[in-house]
Design a protein around this ligand. Sequence first.
Ligand code: AMP
Length: 601
Amino acid sequence: MSKFLDLGLKEPINKALMDLGYENPTVIQEKAIPQIISSKEDLKAFAQTGTGKTAAFSLPIIELADQTSLNTQAIILSPTRELAVQIGRNIEEFSKYLPNLKVATVYGGANIEEQIRKLKRGVQIVVGTPGRTVDLIKRRALKLGNVQWLVLDEADEMLNMGFKDELDQILEATPETKQTLLFSATFPREVEAIARNYMSNPAEITSGQKNQGSDNVSHEYYLVNERTRYPALKRVADLNPNIYAIVFCRTRRETQEVANNLIRDGYNADALHGDLSQGQRDGVMDKFRKKTIQILVATDVAARGLDVNNLTHVINHKLPDQIENYNHRSGRTGRAGNKGVSIALVTRKEQGRLRPIERILKKKFVHTPVPSGKEICQNQLFHLIDKVHNTEVNTEQINNFLPSIYEKLEDLSREELIQKFVSLEFNTFLSYYENAPDLNDLSSRDNSRGRSTNENMTRFFINLGRKDKLNPAKLIGLINDQNITDKIEIGAIDILDTFSFFEIDKNFEKETLDTFSTNNPDFNGRTVNIEITKSDRGGGRKPRRNGGGKFSGKRRSSDNRDRDNNKGGFGRRRNNDSSNNSSRRSNNKASAGFGRKRRRD
Ligand code: AMP
């Protein structure tokens, strides 16, 4: 029997869920659905974004709503139009086999007359933003006297947006007998106050720990300065040709500026913020959902309603003013079982703001160096080669040309042909990045690379890096797999290109070395070596090459160039990362075809 039927939902709802591909209830659904169906108690539910909380409160309401009555029985309040629309759409999907169940979604910026007409026809469930809901109550188009369920979704955000008065007015219009359901990913003081004022002895349920970050998200920070913040952002995009990300900014102005810069520099990007008209916002969101836009630059509020599950990255161009919002931001990735990365671009001054966020997340940020030009070239190149490998060949279309093409290329060996093809596709990108400066805030180097900043920790070198597909989660897994001791504390982790560092509780220094040496583990076929780093300045251990491989000769010389450039500080930065010079722009155009926007049409 379906697990949703077990939770007390009827067959037509179960059937709709099966159509949507919901096979099993999520944790919050497992807890909330039977609770709401069986009890009239108010409910406070702590649920991360992306855990299925919309279905958790909607399904029991759909189950219990009296379809024979056209009175409004449920009012669901959400902070933004986008989120309201999303909830309304979900409810329509969940109730598609219940033809008499009607839902109306009401929000500002849209024709109120139309919304009034829909309400007048009679609907059991209303989803609304606070402002428009109050308007409709005042116009007597929305009558909440028969409401049995009041849902406050993302109540913290409604308060942040200044909707306190509206919430008071809406609550006034509902009967005392209603059941109030408060769903939120974070519970700052203001929300607790709402719960105290508007709910009586609520039951509490949680999916995961309160305010804690999703396990599927790893949190990294890049140390930048104000001048390198934007170039570092571009490096993230260039390192990940298939990036599908939201870049969070604090203000509308910052959002628009970053988006403008990315668009000018040739990325598939656009802005989403409150200064845009509803039509513009809808257009941007639609393109982002369809992946025509790969990078959405957004304010916290505007991105709230976006239901996108497969983001690869969340990037904090600047950390949010309110630390709880970091959780909301990073919760946009790592959804529906996918893995995600949340990157914070922070200056040394802002670095201290990571600690309180870590306390909320109960997770550590991993200091990750800003990707180097060499790493980016390498990633892009292999991406290109993979694409070539996976390209389907339609011989029918090209058959006619092939004989003369073979003839023209006859004098080239296989190796020469590959070299020429790679150079043709790649030269511009390579030349753009070959002299690319190090964007890390150099003043922090010795903290991040060589020494442990914590005297209770020993810092280890490990001969695996990003190139080996190592990431913090995998490194932690690798360490845990060795069973060094029952419980071992792992400190800061730095994943670099071809090697990495990690910290281990000093008391287990010897055990760690011995266990690795005895187990002699391998990682993706590579033998793993670890060593204790020396606490000298500037790296503890020199980067060790992974034995030549595909890139060997050329790469070494470009490493040398990198090092020379580092000495020169940012002297050459303008040639590479400053966005307002002509050589940069021409490089951009020529580099089209490497994961950047090919065309903006
Ligand atoms: P929410 O937290 O409500 O925004 O949901 C996040 C995403 O998970 C949405 O795209 C839902 O469609 C999806 N989802 C919710 N519940 C389930 C489930 N039981 N099985 C599969 N996907 C789900």
